[in-house]
Design a protein around this ligand. Sequence first.
Ligand code: FMN
Length: 186
Amino acid sequence: MDAMTLLHERNSMGKLTGPPPDRQQLDALYRAALRAPDHKQLTPWRFIEFSGEGLDRLGELFAKAEYQANPHTDDGTMDAARKKVRRAPMIIAVIAKVTPDFPKVPPIEQIISAGCAAHGILLAAQALGLGGMWRSGGYAFDTTVRQGLGLAEHDQIVGFLYLGQPGGRNKPLPERDPDDFVERWD
Ligand SMILES: Cc1cc2nc3c(=O)[nH]c(=O)nc-3n(C[C@H](O)[C@H](O)[C@H](O)COP(=O)(O)O)c2cc1C
């Protein structure tokens, strides 16, 4: 696939099956992430890869988050939280490692950079014939999840990237006209 087609036709894939990306594919995904634009070369990124039993550990953390938010939460909600992680054979949590008070690089720039890294992973996944979907849910902002993943005070989870083999048909892409979004100062 040529680069422009990839950029114009990136499409999230929510239905994902095994096997997970292999090590060679993962290396390519991370290399794409590491080319994210990065003011002052802070490399404000951290990735946590979950597969196999690691997914269940993440699911347990999601269930714990539900419980901490509401100790009266029912078993069904806790189970649903556990099962969410099994929507893909692999999840990569993309974390912005934020350095507060860094001259000229405010936290928002570091978080955007991590967002670009996530986008790089999704684009690279599609280029390799993999499927991917960026999800946050409430868990990306949850204190229990943040603690469980070892985030420092200023870090942010920018997303959970669900990755695997495409398990469904690509949805039609939305028709969007650049002119609806662009203002020109000629
Ligand atoms: C930061 C971020 C968080 C997202 N979180 C979710 C989510 O929790 N659940 C969801 O269904 N889609 C979520 N999305 C949207 C999907 O990843 C996807 O972009 C959307 O379904 C549109 O599909 P498309 O990317 O193919 O246009 C999120 C997107 C971003 C950028």
